[in-house]
Design a protein around this ligand. Structure first.
Ligand code: NAD
Length: 363
């Protein structure tokens, strides 16, 4: 019974186990909520140590997608999928086509996209079995690399946080420390430079730091130093859990606003610790929604990056609302972001019938 209790506890609508021994497919698709629209979320391929680890991941990630889409104001629910396997050795056309048939069987309740361990080419194989897939190449009418749009959304979030904190959205003269100058971090540094901010950056990959230094004049420090440099804004753009009991006491910034997923190691400890230190934290799933907004624009047909960027500018107002709720309700911003998302889901649920809007039916 334990699995049913977990589903009930987290509120999942549907979980599909996908098995095709002939092609080595072992996958799980989790649809958390379709209250606002079809559950969209990436397909992760990972050598999970066992079924339980894969299930835990897919349940947690699909729920996270519900909150991200709701906070971004999209007509999307939350879903996610995992394939148990090693992306370096276990990929095949038959594997992804078989997975694509499972996606098709859900008839639009779940829409897939790339994630850790999968890429645009895998999505294009899936596309041969189902239209419920995003993140395909521009040649197939897709949106391509989401990183520039994600970074653009993070820029809007940093402006909102600066406005809330300093009564001034301009970033001119501010110092921003970017942890991880990979795809998102690099584009963010570029946008920030154009805004007149000073950038300090760090990365474990020397090629990435060299590119940021030579192209954009970013001042490079070590990966330990970046969490402790004196700056106005710390922008985590590397892997998750960088904000924890060890790093938070050492921070010398007044704002944390970056693109990484799952920035807080433990929300209820680290989100509170930032709040108590009066460091304004821009919740990750609100500020990094640009990538999701980008693929959402694929679903509406005729993908257009200008339109995706325009929608992404809405992240500014979404974050201002989060900061307001945090102030009014006297709660940390991570709690305020959850409340904002939950409020929207509850309100739209009251409409009664499930209507996903014109665009999905056209897809
Ligand atoms: P990426 O792999 O291109 O960049 C991450 C960079 O962080 C890499 O260059 C890596 O070397 C560096 N790094 C890893 N550990 C580090 C450390 N301890 N200190 C400093 N640098 C470190 O990935 P990305 O696509 O830029 O994504 C960055 C983050 O943003 C991830 O958490 C991702 O989940 C999240 N995110 C990305 C998108 C997107 O559109 N790409 C959308 C939403 C969220």
């Amino acid at each position: 019974m334990e699995i049913f209790e977990r589903l009930a506890d987290m509120g999942h609508e549907r979980v599909l186990l996908c098995s095709n021994p002939d092609v080595g497919l072992k996958a799980i698709i989790a649809v958390h909520s379709t209250a606002l629209g079809p559950g969209l979320g990436g397909l992760r391929m990972w050598p999970f140590k066992d079924f339980d680890e894969a299930l835990t991941d897919v349940l947690r990630l699909s729920r996270g997608m519900t909150y991200k889409a709701a906070a971004a104001g999209l007509h999307l629910g939350g879903g996610k999928a995992v394939i148990l396997g090693d992306p370096k050795s276990d990929k095949s056309e038959a594997l992804f086509r078989s997975f694509g048939r499972y996606v098709e069987s859900l008839n639009g309740l779940y829409i897939t996209a790339e994630d850790v361990g999968t890429d645009m080419e895998d999505m294009e194989v899936i596309l041969s079995e189902t239209r419920w897939v995003t993140g395909v190449s521009p040649a197939h009418g897709g949106s391509g690399d989401p990183s520039p749009v994600t970074a653009y959304g993070v820029l809007q979030g940093i402006k909102a946080a600066a406005n809330w904190k300093n009564d001034e959205p301009s970033l001119k003269g501010l110092t921003v420390a970017v942890q991880g100058v990979g795809n998102v971090g690099y584009y963010l540094a570029k946008y920030l430079t154009d805004e007149g901010a000073k950038i300090i950056g760090a990365d474990i990959d020397p090629e990435k730091t060299a590119r940021a230094e030579s192209d954009l004049g970013v001042e490079i420090v070590s990966t330990d130093e970046i969490m402790e440099v004196d700056c106005d804004v710390l922008a985590p753009c590397a892997l998750g859990a960088g904000l924890n009991q060890e790093s938070i006491p050492k921070l010398r910034c007044s704002i944390v606003a970056g693109g990484a997923n799952n920035q807080l190691h433990k929300e209820e400890i680290d989100g509170v610790a930032l709040h108590e230190r009066d460091i304004l934290y821009a919740p990750d799933f609100v500020i990094n929604a640009g990538g999701l907004i980008n693929v959402y624009n694929e679903l509406t047909g005729d993908y257009n990056q200008e339109r995706a960027l325009r929608m992404t500018r809405g992240i500014y107002l979404n974050l201002m609302r989060v900061f307001e709720i945090s102030k009014e309700d006297k709660v940390p911003t991570y709690v305020a972001a959850d409340r904002m998302a939950e409020e929207r889901i509850a309100t739209i649920k009251k409409l009664g019938s499930r209507h996903w809007g014109r665009f999905i039916s056209n897809h």
